[in-house]
Design a protein around this ligand. Structure first.
Ligand SMILES: Cc1cc2nc3c(=O)[nH]c(=O)nc-3n(C[C@H](O)[C@H](O)[C@H](O)COP(=O)(O)OP(=O)(O)OC[C@H]3O[C@@H](n4cnc5c(N)ncnc54)[C@H](O)[C@@H]3O)c2cc1C
Length: 458
């Protein structure tokens, strides 16, 4: 269940086994979430970070892909309840439905904040930011209402990446488009983090580099500060400060997919499902729970982070365990191989901490970040397009995808062409020579400069 990082890795690993595989997802594409912030800040297009699930497995004969949402799981009957069609029976189940954003019960977050968990989330945020910019250009007085103030909640990799990219979008890209009267009105990006540090999982050196670089790019970083409430026009902080802003990006927290609740087992912090050492569900050796939804530990009791490599390695381990069970052998405990941490801060700036104590920062960190994400993207077309787009953006300091495509546009002009009036419809056509005569006299009047003056609108 789920064609994310866990589901794709499991499906690929199952290709070589004598089993029938059904891959279910409620969407028809795999989303590459680490690049979502680039869609939100107009650096990439939505379909650069999404790849058709069917297209990912063009030649896997034992696979059936189904676009369906799992609504319930009957562990005793070994059946999945789907949003449409009959229940789906299984012999083994690999559950990888990921996580969802959580608002921690903060007033106004669910109504007014912009989460960044799905492609539609990223598109919504991008349209909103571009619309705010257009509004600020045509109605400069809206700047006092925070039209161009973006508040980002959460100082983890998502918050840091979004803040850096927003500062770049405003500072380098849109600034070029700003009219003179707006050039002085500096857009603001404010990053709010509850703890005393950014990028908590990184070393002190990388954390300091992130803070330094963001500040240099004009991001206001507020540590040890919480979000108290949000409205359509302001973000109120825990210390009582009110920031006029119409854009709160929510990168502060996630919780396990709510489907965890229908498993009837103990849930750990963040609603995550506790699993046995081989990632199977306690009491159900035929069910494996992997990725963001699982509360797996590293053997010393420390929970594994909710990261893509944890999901894909866990999924491959689940497939190995199924193979062992099918042969009547015992499964082994899951051991996560930590491949390090990376976060991009802005143009020519990223931090990368790799196994063996290797730390890269600045331009080297940035190049390694770009190379790794390019390699991990699914599909040759997406890799090629993203590489070319990044090259173009770098050379031109621009952003190509600055169009606002309304999802529910007003009917187009042609569709709304009014019907002729009844009198006109029944009026017999004027003879051709009369019409030609009117055109000739209009041309003569124009040449003589006597044509009526009207408003010119482009
Ligand atoms: C903005 C952002 C940036 C990130 N950056 C990084 C990064 O730089 N590096 C990193 O390692 N990790 C990063 N992560 C985390 C990483 O993406 C996750 O850890 C990883 O996606 C987890 O994989 P998964 O398979 O558990 O879930 P996902 O990849 O989220 O896949 C879950 C799939 O299940 C489907 N699904 C959900 N519910 C149902 C249902 N009821 N029925 C059917 N289908 C369902 C969803 O549509 C989705 O396709 C980032 C995450 C986000 C949101």
């Amino acid at each position: 269940v789920g064609a994310g990082f866990g589901g794709l890795a499991a499906t690929k690993a199952l290709a070589r086994m004598p089993v029938d595989v059904v891959l279910l997802d409620r969407k028809n594409y795999h989303g590459f979430w680490p690049l979502l912030y680039q869609v939100a800040t107009a650096a990439l297009s939505p379909d650069d970070v999404a790849y058709s699930v069917r297209g990912a497995f063009p030649r896997q004969p034992n696979l059936e892909v189904r676009m369906a949402e799992v609504r319930g799981i009957d562990l005793e009957a070994r059946e999945l309840e789907l949003d449409h069609g009959p229940d789906l029976p299984y012999d083994y189940l690999i559950l990888a439905p990921g996580s969802v954003a959580t608002d921690f019960g903060i007033p106004g977050v669910s109504e007014h904040a912009f989460p960044l968990k799905t492609v539609p989330d990223a598109v919504r945020l991008r349209h909103h930011v571009l619309r705010q910019f257009e509004m600020a250009c045509s109605r400069p007085w809206s700047l006092a209402d925070g039209a161009l103030t973006v508040v980002v909640a959460g100082g983890g990799p998502t918050g840091v990446e979004v803040s850096g990219a927003m500062a770049e979008l405003f500072g380098k890209v849109l600034k070029g488009d700003l009219q003179d009267n707006l050039a002085a009105a500096r857009p603001r990006v404010v990053l709010v983090e509850a703890s005393d540090r950014l990028l908590n999982a990184f070393s002190a050196r990388s954390r300091a580099e992130a803070l330094r670089t963001l500040t240099k790019h004009g991001v206001e970083v507020r540590l040890e500060t919480t979000i108290a409430s949000v409205s359509a026009h302001a973000v109120k902080l825990g210390d009582g400060t009110v920031i006029p802003s119409q854009t709160l990006v929510w990168g502060a927290g996630i919780k396990a997919n709510p489907i965890a609740q229908c498993l009837g087992v103990e849930l750990f912090p963040g609603g995550r499902v506790g699993v046995d050492p081989d990632l199977s569900l306690p009491g159900h050796p035929e069910v494996f729970v992997v990725g963001d939804i699982a509360f797996a530990t590293n053997g010393k009791g420390r929970p594994l982070p909710q990261l893509a490599p944890v999901a894909s390695q866990g999924a491959k381990h689940a497939v190995r365990s199924i193979g062992a069970r099918m042969k009547g052998q015992a499964s082994k405990p899951f051991r996560y191989r930590d491949k390090g941490n990376m976060a991009i801060i802005g143009r020519r700036s990223a931090v990368a901490e790799l196994p063996g104590g290797i730390r890269l920062g600045g331009t080297f960190g940035w190049i390694s970040w770009l190379a790794l994400h390019l390699a991990l993207l699914v599909g040759f077309r997406n890799r090629a397009v993203v590489m070319v787009t990044w090259g173009w953006n770098f050379l031109t300091s621009g952003r190509g995808s600055r169009v606002i495509l309304d999802l529910h546009p007003a009917p187009s002009q042609t569709a709304r062409r009014p019907r002729p009036l009844v009198a006109e419809r029944h009026r017999p056509p004027r003879p051709l020579h009369a019409r030609r005569q009117r055109l000739v006299s209009a041309q003569r009047r124009a040449a003589a400069g006597t044509a009526g003056r009207g408003k010119i609108a482009a």
